[in-house]
Design a protein around this ligand. Sequence first.
Ligand code: 13P
Ligand code: SF4
Length: 319
Amino acid sequence: PSQRDALKARARELLAARNAVLVAHYYVEGELQDLALETGGIVADSLEMARFGRDHASQTLVVAGVRFMGESAKILSPGKTVLMPDLDATCSLDLGCPADDFAAFCDAHPDRTVVVYANTSAAVKARADWMVTSSCALGIVNHLKDQGQKILWAPDRHLGRYIQRETGADMLLWQGDCIVHNEFKGVELQLLKAQHPNAMVLVHPESPESVVALADVVGSTSQMLSAVINGSAQEYIVATDNLIMHRMRQLAPGKTLIEAPTAGNSATCKSCAHCPWMAMNGLQGVVDCLESGSGEIHVDPVIGQKAHGCIDRMLAYVA
Ligand code: 13P
Ligand code: SF4
């Protein structure tokens, strides 16, 4: 067997020996996605990852994704051991929303209900009333708006603006962005659409307004995947991390998938849309964390308990 096969076999063996389950995001490398599915784990969007980790009987979760995903798993199941292949895998939204600055922002607007995106630290969630993910943000903000609540939103400005526009809610926005989705370009997408007039355009709502405006479907990674599986079109232009195409190809093998254009995504760069932090996850990291217990997520129990409320509220709402 090749070295990769041996590593994969080792990872499989360790997952079984530790009675651990692998919870992977669609943006991690295909090998890890396949391993998760082969071993009884899941490949999913952030909401489904959180729910799966909470509900699974395993006392050890290996979260292949970025740090906030591991933290959410730990917050929901403080008694479980949560490991990550690389603890340095963060997110520009999380980095761009430090807890102290965020607390000051909240303090300055005490009349607003605080709604934070999943892509934040445990300390930021501890200050929030609600957590949302891209798959349920619209519904939850609509619900809050119907109750007459004014919202303070953080940290993704594009997702915030999209929700504001769709719901008409009164929202004050933190000005963060995702370094991956922020790079998709509206003008270039329009040109690409002209070349593929029958293609359906799928856009993650962390993308800029000019890109979202051209979408046939705006949604979370799982919602984009469903659109490819269930869509009647033959071609799909996909504006999100290109590793999602691994799962799209598996579940919709006959469909043609086209990457949406980013600034650098010309003839010379075909795969610019990939999150550098998601890319830190690999088979070796899975083996290492299971072998040595490295990469364990710790959340301060007091912060974790406070943060639990906003995640739980979301999970109860979507149940
Ligand atoms: P999803 O919840 O849609 O999977 O998004 C997570 C994320 O980090 C997107 O960049
Ligand atoms: Fe964060 Fe963007 Fe990476 Fe998702 S793709 S983890 S939002 S930096």
